[in-house]
Write a new protein. Structure first.
Length: 113
């Protein structure tokens, strides 16, 4: 199983970023996919999850601002992040549970003026 996240960068408050995570090594469409983040000095936290049936759930702090989606034809999960705040600055990881937890390398999103 391999997960490769991309799309991080520097953005001003109020701006947007779109993260992508490309997956391989398992039947992508059969498994839930998640995004986690870890900010400076903070514990890793769940941001959003999308099931194999496209049901979604979000952390309260991002609900209404972030959107998780998936493209099973491309084996890719996305995280659209809008109305970004400084507190959204973090290393963002994609995750799936196949036979165990798998993590991609993080992609850094920084929100700063």
């Amino acid at each position: 199983v391999q997960l490769q996240a991309s799309g991080g960068g520097l953005v001003q408050p109020g701006g947007s970023l779109r993260l992508s995570c490309s997956a391989s090594g398992f039947t992508f469409s059969d498994y839930a996919m998640s995004w986690y983040r870890q900010g400076p000095g903070k514990q890793r936290e769940l941001v959003a999850i999308i099931t194999s049936g496209d049901s979604t759930n979000y952390a309260g702090s991002v609900k209404g601002r972030f959107t998780i989606s998936r493209d099973n034809a491309k084996n890719t999960v996305y995280l659209q992040m809008d109305s970004l705040k400084a507190e959204d600055s973090a290393l963002y990881y994609c995750n799936t549970f196949y036979d165990k937890n798998y993590w991609g390398k993080g992609t850094l999103g920084t929100v700063s003026s």
